[in-house]
Design a protein around this ligand. Sequence first.
Ligand code: HEC
Ligand code: HEC
Length: 336
Amino acid sequence: MKNLYFYLFCFLSLFIYLSCKKDAVPTNPGWTYDPTPYTVEYPDNFPIMVFDEDNPMTVEGVELGRMLYYDTLLHPNGDMACASCHDQSLSFASFPTVLPHVNLGWNTTFLWNGKVSGNIEDIMLFEVDDFFKTDLTKFNNHETYPKLFYEAFETEEITSVHASRALAQFLRTVISSDSRYDKIITSGSGVFPTEEELNGYDIFFTERGDCFHCHGGILFSDNLFHNNGLDAEPSANGLSEITGDPLDLGKYKTPTLRNIALTAPYMHDGRFQTLEEVVDFYSDGVQPSATIDPLMKQAHNGGINLTEEEKDDLVAFLKTLTDTTFTNNPAFSNPF
Ligand code: HEC
Ligand code: HEC
């Protein structure tokens, strides 16, 4: 009998404790979850974008992601935001090794060495948890964020998964599809290439230059890893760092060439200051090595051996990939 009272006492204490605990965390009855679906718009000549069915796009999610991207609260010391290094006016790049944020919604591999693969949610979770090591209590205790997260994800507890999903939604909308090149290839746009640009196009998209094999398609990247012949002794900080496979030495992610005129210097280590230097490299500076890509077919000649005029044409073509609608798009800018 004594035991029974004891258990009853424990049960009651637990009950009182739990009821009090619940009261200690007030939930705001004013919040509502009624998100507006967001349709990502992109031209018909682009591949189908990959979405995550666990992260349906909403107006609320995209806007929240944009805030997080520009908010230093995401950083544990509060000294930087994503946008501190990823600058819209530079196609969301900045100092030498920063990869730009252009059309990431179609990417399947991320970072120069391919450390993260999957969809954009995967890389965002990496950025929040592993790169920034975001302190989510700052968001949970914040004046406005709990409501915004509730409205986007119907959650009362903000986790790094929610933060990464919001960032992913925003970055899926960060699309470049209105460069001079896009206008030129759109019939009826009234924009025509100069003779130089047209010659450059031919070099890029034919065996003359062979660029299209890796930087092909409307996204100007094959999303794969190659050794493009930068060094006779390829370095080990590329794909091989992740796979541990010596056959992957000197292989890096093929970067998109969209907005390439804005993202100098070039290559994973920023070794070339200008597009002219890059083109000189592909023309005469290619270094054969054990792992050089078979698509670098002219490596035994040091490259594709362009004339000075052909080099100018190729650079002129690369400059048609600049999209100022993108760099000035108010929807991608700092919301604060
Ligand atoms: C201190 C500068 C800096 C900050 C701040 C920063 N990044 Fe980056 N970001 C880089 C650099 C450098 C790279 C390339 C690194 C590499 O590949 O090893 C990169 C690469 C990336 C990539 C890979 C792109 C691709 O094409 O593979 C993504 C995505 C990205 N950053 C997102 C973010 C997000 C989201 C934030 C905020 C949470 C952020 N970055 C904050 C410097 C920064
Ligand atoms: C075998 C595949 C391959 C071919 C062919 C190729 N590239 Fe590349 N390109 C790459 C890879 C991989 C990188 C990144 C290499 C690195 O950073 O180490 C790159 C980097 C670049 C960059 C610098 C991008 C940046 O953001 O820093 C430019 C510009 C470029 N290539 C233009 C060209 C042009 C023009 C051609 C044709 C003459 C060409 N590429 C042919 C694979 C290729």
